[in-house]
Ligand binder design. Structure first.
Ligand code: SIN
Length: 517
């Protein structure tokens, strides 16, 4: 056991880095599974950060779009708060050195993405926003003496005494062995979402719901876990994880076509390719299921400018043997963002004392049942700052020394068992769900969990998989990213956020297991 006065930040994505800077001069230690800048979803974000920066825009219009996309369960107060402060965060990132695309008059170049009423997404070189903001923040963190980063480590458990978090158990990220307890005054969870729990995902391989899972195992309240967002245009060239073809391409006029070269979105929604993301994802899924090979055609709208304007997309196509200047880009729906997570108040607090959360591991009420594009990075920034302010007010300033840590190495999670879990989630808890499939998934999760009961990282994945599936079974309607074939309508009585604990989800799972026997 190690005792420290440092605040422990679990994770190393945008929220984690921003919070570490905001907390200075409070000493912090960041638990980073990879070398900084690698393996965090934020670095892969192509779109950018949504903020009302233009003269024809306002925080109120941004909040309205957020609520409309969220399908009836966005917390209006949270949406108003986040959209009001969005501009200040863009200015802060600019001051730190983020090279946002600027127009000749000094304004920000803004992209249009689905369900935004105006172009509103601040970007860097077309599709480089996540990478460039991360590089800016990493440079700032490396120059901040109060921040210690321990790379190659992961958190697997929280230490809780009488409802108060008193520490975190950590282990080697690649070859976990017996974990070591770090006792600390405060823990901020900023370790990403759950997309990698699915076999088809745009998230880095490391991001498999572990953080939500161990918070739930420690007794934290979980909100909205059934709401998983599937991105309609993951590039379908067989890579795992699947690279993204950013929605900004459709904002620039790229169109979706099937194997016959027909556009299919015009018949489905007045905004066609720029309909809310859940609607486009279900349309893509239907085309895939019907064997009609959906694809994105950028040739007329963007043409030869693609490599210069969207370098990440161009590189991903090249890796998959596609020449987007001459060919359409094959696409599929893939798990992209988890609207659910650890229930988090506006000051970043979770339901357990001394525990704060920001970014995709949290569920703040901003996204409702379907996140508005490019609101994810914004939420991470806003809640990182809010949580840091609250932690600073609550925690004594110390001169804690850097931690000296020597971790044993053990064995990684069994790859076949993890893959079986991911396959189950994609097959039964994906774009379209029904009661029989969800019950089958719960039984399979229970079986896999029993096979690997010694592997804490896998237990954390299974906890989150159970929460998503149980809440999806309990919500007998279709709303946003949650579609039930057996309940295809939204039920106005169910236009409320889900609150659930792991014991409640396990009760639903136990019932599904009994039903079969
Ligand atoms: C995209 O660029 O299409 C993704 C943006 C986001 O998920 O917010």
């Amino acid at each position: 056991m190690i005792e420290t006065g440092r605040i422990v930040i679990v994770g190393a994505g945008m929220g984690a880095l921003y919070a570490a800077l905001e907390l200075a001069p409070h000493p912090v230690v960041m638990i980073s599974p990879e070398e900084l800048g690698h393996g965090a979803s934020s670095a892969w974000a192509q779109g950018g950060v949504a903020a009302a920066m233009a003269g024809n825009d306002s925080p109120e219009a941004h909040a309205d779009d957020t609520e409309n996309a969220g399908a009836g369960t966005v917390d209006a107060e949270v949406a108003a708060m986040v959209t009001r402060v969005a501009r200040a965060h863009i200015v802060e990132l600019t001051d730190l050195g983020t090279p946002f695309d600027r127009s000749k008059d000094g304004g920000y170049v803004l992209s249009r993405e689905a369900a935004h009423s105006v172009p509103r997404v601040v970007r860097v070189k077309g599709d480089q926003a996540g990478k460039q903001i991360m590089e800016t923040l990493i440079e700032a963190v490396r120059a901040t003496p109060s921040v210690q980063v321990i790379e190659g480590t992961q958190a697997v458990r929280l230490e809780v005494e009488d409802g108060t978090v008193t520490g975190v158990w950590i282990t080697d990220a690649n070859a976990p062995a017996t974990p070591v307890l770090i006792r600390c005054p405060a823990v901020l969870l900023a370790g990403g979402g759950s997309g990698g729990l699915y076999a088809q995902t745009t998230n880095p391989a490391r991001i498999r719901g572990q953080v939500i899972g161990f918070a739930a195992r420690a007794g934290a309240q979980i909100a909205d876990p059934e709401f998983v967002q599937f991105h309609p245009t993951a590039i379908a060239t067989g890579e795992d994880p699947a690279p993204l073809a950013t929605e900004a391409l459709r904002g620039e006029g790229a169109v979706l076509v099937n194997a016959e070269g027909e556009r299919f979105m015009q018949a489905l929604h007045k905004d066609a390719e720029l309909a809310p993301r859940d609607i486009v994802a279900r349309a893509i899924f239907a085309e895939t299921q019907a064997g009609r090979a959906p694809a994105l055609d950028t040739r007329d709208a963007i043409g030869a400018e693609l490599p210069e304007r969207f370098p990440a997309v161009t590189e991903a196509c090249a890796r998959g043997g596609i020449d987007p200047l001459r060919q359409v880009i094959p696409v599929a729906a893939a798990a992209h963002y988890h609207m659910g997570g650890v229930a988090t108040a506006q000051n970043g607090r979770a339901s357990l004392d001394h525990l704060w959360v920001c970014g995709e591991a949290s569920s703040t009420g901003l996204h409702g049942a379907n996140r508005l594009a490019s609101n994810g990075l914004l939420e991470a920034l806003v809640f990182a700052r809010n949580a840091a302010a609250d932690i600073s007010a609550e925690t004594e300033l110390t001169d804690a020394q850097p931690l000296q840590l020597l971790l044993d190495t053990g064995t990684p999670s069994d790859a076949d068992t993890v893959q079986a879990l991911r396959d189950t989630m994609t097959k039964h808890v994906g774009v379209r769900r029904n009661a029989a499939g969800l019950r089958a998934a719960l039984r399979e999760i229970a079986r896999l969990e029993a096979l690997s009961a010694q592997d804490e990282s896998f237990l954390n994945m299974c906890a989150t998989a159970t929460l998503i599936t149980a809440a999806a079974l309990r919500r007998e309607e279709s709303r946003g990213g949650h579609w039930r074939d057996d309940f295809p309508e939204a039920d106005p009585k169910l236009a409320v956020r889900t609150q659930i604990t792991l014991p409640e989800a396990l009760t639903i799972r136990a019932r599904a297991c009994e039903d079969q026997t």
